[in-house]
Design a protein around this ligand. Structure first.
Ligand SMILES: NC(=O)c1ccc[n+]([C@@H]2O[C@H](COP(=O)([O-])OP(=O)(O)OC[C@H]3O[C@@H](n4cnc5c(N)ncnc54)[C@H](OP(=O)(O)O)[C@@H]3O)[C@@H](O)[C@H]2O)c1
Length: 241
């Protein structure tokens, strides 16, 4: 039985991934902060839980010390999203919260869990297609996911000699509590079931870049390749006065 550790397994994409991997016969270590959700997940056959706060390095290290088996796959999915409402009052507290969870928390998890991934194992980092294009109000979230994307690509290079594959996952809009808070249009938003199925398929193929849904992320990727002046012109047109 292979083992997968998933952060952010108490909600949304991570929760669906935990249930789907368990149904496929994997032993799942589901991580998060929400104790009630972790207890509920542990009721599933094949799922055990591990509670820690991604923004607390000591908690991550203590949690990883409790794991006494090899991790065939680690999916660092946990993350948060907050938007800047008034850019003239640049909110550094918001910026720090998002960077702490999405970037520093992910890096601390890499440090804690990488030693447990054996030769032939896999690491997957949750990015977002948000960083393909300069969206209004997304300074913190987009910057955090751009950092995660670079981290994944560069880790892939240095871990190749250890035969550890690294996948960057870049979803478009997925229906979860995180996007349910959004007050703007979310084109081509997909269900969490579809996202989970496509992520599992892409990671199983040891793909460098797993995207879902294909058409939305392809089109957004194309926009992101346009000259910056054109991207800027298009981005201005997405702002509602
Ligand atoms: N939904 C989308 O459209 C979409 C698109 C692109 C990328 N993503 C990315 O996919 C990931 C999951 O998003 P989601 O939509 O499934 O969001 P979600 O439903 O809000 O779930 C977020 C998960 O992350 C965990 N988490 C957040 N901060 C944490 C912290 N400091 N310590 C420990 N766990 C923490 C939460 O755990 P607790 O509640 O237990 O604290 C929760 O399980 C995120 O990285 C997000 O940026 C989502």
């Amino acid at each position: 039985m292979k083992t997968v550790l998933i952060t952010g397994a108490t909600s949304g994409i991570g929760e669906r991934l935990a249930i789907d991997y368990a149904a496929q016969g994997w032993s799942v270590i589901a991580c998060g902060r929400n104790a009630a959700k972790l207890n509920k997940l542990s009721a599933h056959e094949n799922i055990t839980s591990l509670a820690f706060d991604m923004s607390d390095q000591a908690e991550i290290t203590a949690a990883s010390n409790k794991i006494d088996k090899a991790l065939d796959l680690v999916i660092l999915n946990a993350g948060t999203c907050e938007y800047m409402d008034d850019i003239k009052q640049f909110d550094t507290a918001l910026f720090r919260r998002v960077i702490n969870s999405n970037v520093l928390g992910t890096a601390d998890c890499v440090a804690a869990f990488l030693p447990k991934i054996p030769r032939g194992g896999q690491l997957a980092l949750m990015g977002s297609s948000a960083n393909f294009f300069p969206f209004s109000r997304a300074q913190a979230y987009g910057a955090s996911k751009a950092a995660v994307a670079y981290l994944a690509q560069s880790l892939a290079v240095d871990l190749a000699k250890y035969e550890i594959a690294v996948s960057l996952i870049s979803p478009g809009f997925v229906e979860t509590p995180l996007t349910n808070k959004n007050d703007f249009e979310m084109p081509m938003r997909i269900s969490v079931e579809q996202a989970s199925a496509e992520i599992i398929k892409g990671v199983a193929k040891r793909k460098h870049h797993v995207t879902t849904p294909k058409l939305f992320t392809f089109l957004l990727g194309l926009l992101g390749k346009l000259p910056h002046s054109i991207q800027h012109w298009l981005a201005l047109r997405t702002i509602k006065e």
